[in-house]
Design a protein around this ligand. Structure first.
Ligand code: F6R
Length: 250
C-alpha cells in the first residue's frame, strides 16, 4: 500500500488525476472503475482540463461506475448516471456507449445485478478502480455487514450514509434508502486501486480501514489485502494515521 499525502484538496485531486492520466496514456483502452460523491469532483475537473489541453485521450476507454441509487432515473439530478454525465462524460471524449452505471430503475434487481457483473467480466475486469470512502467505511455502497458481499447487489443504506448524502437532496427523507452497488470481488479484482479521501471527517475511518482489523464491519479494510493500492489523501484526512503510523505516509 502506498499512502501519498497532499497539502489540500486541489493537490489531492491533481495527484490522483495524474495517476489516472498515466494509466490512460500508457494503456489507452483501459477499463476505469469510477466513483461519484464529492471527493472525486476535483479529480474529474482536473482530467477535463488536461483533456481540453489535448494531454489525454479517452476515446478508447471503457468505464464502469460503482453504484446507483434504486428508484432514480439517469435524468434525476441526484442519480449517479446524471452526476457522471454532467461532471465528466459530457466534457471529455469518452464515448457514452462505453460507459456503464447500474440501472437504478431496473424492475428485476437480481437480473440487473447479474447483467452488471457480466458487463464487468466481458470487459475483462477493471484496470484502475477509483474509490472514495464513506463515513461508515463503505466503498461503493458496500455498507458494514456480517460478510463481504462479493457480487453486484442491492443494499439498504445505513442511516449515517443517508444523513451524509442528504446534503445533495432537499432533505434526508428524499434520499433513496436502497442502492445497487458493485460487489467487493470486482473491486478487489481491479488491477490497481486508487482511493481518495479529504477532510477531517474521514481521518478516523481512513485509519481504521487501512490499519485496523480486516472485517466486513469496516468494508474498506479489505483493501489492505490488495497488492496495488494507492491512497491519495489530504493532510486533514491523514491526521489520525500521521499521529499513529507516521512512517506509513510516503
Ligand atoms: C460513490 C461511492 C461512495 C462514495 C463515499 C464517499 O460512487 O461509491 O462510496 O465514494 O460515499 O462520498 P463523498 O466523496 O461524498 O464523501
Amino acid at each position: 500500500m502506498k499512502i501519498i499525502s497532499a497539502p489540500d484538496y486541489q493537490s489531492m485531486s491533481r495527484k490522483a488525476a495524474n495517476i489516472i492520466s498515466a494509466q490512460v496514456i500508457l494503456f489507452p483502452n483501459s477499463v476505469l472503475g469510477l466513483a461519484t460523491g464529492s471527493t472525486p469532483l476535483g479529480v474529474y475537473k482536473q482530467l477535463i482540463e488536461w483533456y481540453k489541453k489535448d494531454d489525454i485521450d479517452f476515446s478508447k476507454v471503457h468505464s464502469v461506475n460503482l453504484d446507483e441509487y434504486c428508484g432514480l432515473s439517469g435524468e434525476h439530478e441526484q442519480s449517479y448516471r446524471y452526476y457522471m454525465d454532467t461532471n465528466f462524460f459530457s466534457q471529455v471524449n469518452l464515448p457514452i456507449e462505453n460507459t456503464n452505471v447500474p440501472n437504478g430503475l431496473a424492475k428485476d434487481i437480481d437480473a440487473e445485478c447479474k447483467r452488471y457483473d457480466n458487463v464487468i467480466t466481458s470487459l475483462g475486469g477493471i484496470d484502475l478502480q477509483l474509490l472514495g470512502i464513506g463515513h461508515t467505511g463503505h466503498i461503493g455502497f458496500n455498507e458494514p455487514d456480517d460478510d463481504f458481499d462479493k457480487t453486484t447487489h442491492c443494499v439498504k443504506l445505513k442511516q449515517k450514509t443517508i444523513d451524509a448524502n442528504a446534503r445533495f437532496f432537499e432533505n434526508a427523507s428524499e434520499v433513496p434508502q436502497r442502492a445497487l452497488t458493485m460487489g467487493i470481488k470486482a473491486i478487489m479484482q481491479a488491477k490497481k486501486i486508487l482511493l481518495v479521501a479529504n477532510g477531517s471527517g474521514k481521518a478516523e475511518i481512513l485509519c481504521r480501514s487501512l490499519f485496523g482489523p480486516i472485517t466486513p464491519e469496516v468494508p474498506a479494510s479489505i483493501l489492505q489485502l490488495h497488492n496495488d493500492l494507492t491512497v491519495v489523501a489530504d493532510e486533514e484526512a491523514l491526521a489520525v494515521i500521521r499521529g499513529k503510523y507516521p512512517s506509513a505516509i510516503g
